[in-house]
Design a protein around this ligand. Structure first.
Ligand SMILES: *Cc1c(COP(=O)(O)O)cnc(C)c1O
Length: 371
C-alpha cells in the first residue's frame, strides 16, 4: 500500500533515480521524524533560518548559508541579492529595476533543468547575457562583455551543460577576481558540498532533494555579506518561495547525515541487489543485462538491460508497458532508442526487484500486443 492510493493514484516503483517529477528523494526515517516534530511546534522563523544556516555552514566549511525552497529558488535569490543587496526599496521593487543588471553565463550553460536557468535569473531581476556559442567560447568572449552593468558571473555545474569547449570554473574564478564581480555557481545536484567553497566561489547553490536526499529544499552557501543579502530577499521576491519550518529542519538533518555517514556501504549493498536481479533477468529470452557504473564515475551501479527482437518488442514498448501497469514501474530511459533500459538501485524499495522481474516475464507474453 502507498499513502498515495488514498487519492486514487497507483503505487509507483522508481527504478529511475531521484527525479523531481517522481517526487524527488524518499527520506531517511531520522529526517522524517525530525520534520514531524518540527511541524508540531512554533519557532521564530528568522532565528530558525539563521541557526539552521549556521549549522549547515559549519559542516560544509562555508562562512554562512541561506536556506531556500530549492536550487531554482537559490538561483533567483542569489541573483536578487547581488542586484538589490540590502536596499529595501530595491528589494521590494524586484524583478523590475532601472538599469541593466547583466548576469553573464556561457551559452552552453543555458540549460533547462525542468525550467530554464535564465528564467530564474530574470525572476531575480537579472538580465541574462548568454556569451559565446553553444559549443565554443573563450575567456576573451566573457571579458569583452564585462562592463559597469555586469552584476555577476553565473556558472552552471551540471551534466545537462555542454561539457566540451567551455570556459572552466577555474578561469571563471580568475575573471571574477580580476574584475571584482561575484561568481555564483549552480551546483544543484553536485555531491561535494565543500569543493567549490574551497576553490573560493562567492556563492554556491545546492538542491536539498538531490544528492543530499533531503525534503524539497535547498541552500546557498558562501560569503557572509552576500548570504545576508540573500536572506533579506525574503522580504521581496523570495517570499513567493518560502521554506516551511519542517522542511528547514528536514534539510538540516539530511545534511548532517550526508556529511557524517559513509555512502560506500549502500553502494556495495545496491550492487549486490543489482547482481541478483541481473542473473534472473538473464533467464528471460531476449533480455541481456549487465551492471554498469555511473557515467560520471560516482559509486552508483545500475542494471543495464538490452532488449533484442527475441523478446517480442522493442525497448520503448517495454517501457510503455512497465509504466502503464499497476504498480507503475519507472526506469531510466535515456538510451531506450538504442534498445537499452537502465534500473537505478538507489530509489528501489525492498521487494521491488521481484515485482519488476515478474512484470518483465508478463510483458514478454504480450508478444508486442496491446499498444
Ligand atoms: C535540479 C536542478 C535545479 C533545480 O533544483 P530544485 O532544487 O529542483 O529547484 C537547478 N539547476 C540544476 C543544474 C539542476 O540540475
Amino acid at each position: 500500500m502507498s499513502i498515495y492510493n488514498e487519492l486514487g493514484l497507483k503505487k509507483l516503483i522508481n527504478g529511475s533515480g531521484k527525479m523531481t517529477s517522481l517526487g524527488g528523494a524518499t527520506l531517511d526515517n531520522r529526517v522524517s521524524e525530525y520534520m514531524m516534530k518540527a511541524a508540531n511546534d512554533f519557532v521564530d522563523m528568522n532565528e530558525l533560518m539563521d541557526k539552521a544556516g549556521q549549522k549547515i555552514a559549519h559542516w560544509i566549511g562555508a562562512e554562512d548559508v541561506c536556506i531556500t525552497m530549492g536550487a531554482a529558488a537559490g538561483i533567483a535569490i542569489s541573483i536578487a541579492a547581488v542586484i538589490a543587496e540590502d536596499d529595501l526599496d530595491r528589494i521590494e521593487n524586484l524583478p523590475f529595476l532601472e538599469g541593466q543588471n547583466n548576469i553573464l553565463l556561457q551559452k552552453g550553460h543555458s540549460i533547462n533543468f525542468g525550467a530554464p536557468v535564465i528564467q530564474m535569473v530574470r525572476l531575480g531581476g537579472g538580465n541574462p547575457i548568454e556569451v559565446g556559442e553553444v559549443n565554443k567560447i573563450s575567456v576573451d568572449n566573457i571579458v569583452s562583455k564585462i562592463d559597469k552593468n555586469t552584476k555577476a558571473l553565473l556558472y552552471i555545474k551540471s551534466h545537462h551543460c555542454v561539457q566540451k569547449g567551455m570556459v572552466s570554473l577555474e578561469d571563471m574564478l580568475a575573471i571574477s577576481k580580476k574584475y571584482n564581480i561575484p561568481l555564483i555557481v549552480d551546483g544543484a545536484a553536485e555531491e561535494d558540498l565543500k569543493l567549490y567553497l574551497k576553490m573560493g566561489v562567492d556563492l554556491i547553490i545546492y538542491s536539498g532533494g538531490k544528492a543530499i536526499s533531503g525534503p524539497t529544499s535547498g541552500f546557498i552557501a558562501g560569503k557572509k555579506e552576500l548570504i545576508d543579502y540573500c536572506k533579506l530577499q525574503y522580504q521581496g521576491i523570495a517570499r513567493a518561495m518560502k521554506v516551511s519550518k519542517e522542511n528547514i529542519m528536514g534539510l538540516v538533518k539530511a545534511v548532517e547525515i550526508y556529511c557524517h555517514e559513509s555512502k560506500d556501504k549502500n553502494a556495495i549493498l545496491d550492487k549486490e541487489r543489482m547482481n541478483l536481479l541481473m542473473n534472473r533477468v538473464n533467464e528471460i529470452e531476449g533480455l541481456k543485462s549487465t551492471i554498469e557504473q555511473d557515467e560520471a564515475g560516482r559509486e552508483i551501479y545500475r542494471l543495464k538491460i538490452s532488449v533484442d527482437e527475441k523478446y517480442g518488442m522493442d525497448a520503448n514498448k517495454v517501457i510503455h508497458h512497465l509504466e502503464n501497469g499497476n504498480p507503475s514501474i519507472h526506469t531510466r530511459n535515456h538510451y531506450s532508442n538504442i534498445g537499452l533500459i537502465y534500473i537505478d538501485p538507489r530509489p528501489l524499495k525492498k521487494g521491488d526487484e521481484e515485482i519488476i522481474l515478474n512484470r518483465l516475464w508478463e510483458i514478454k507474453k504480450l508478444k508486442g500486443e496491446g499498444i
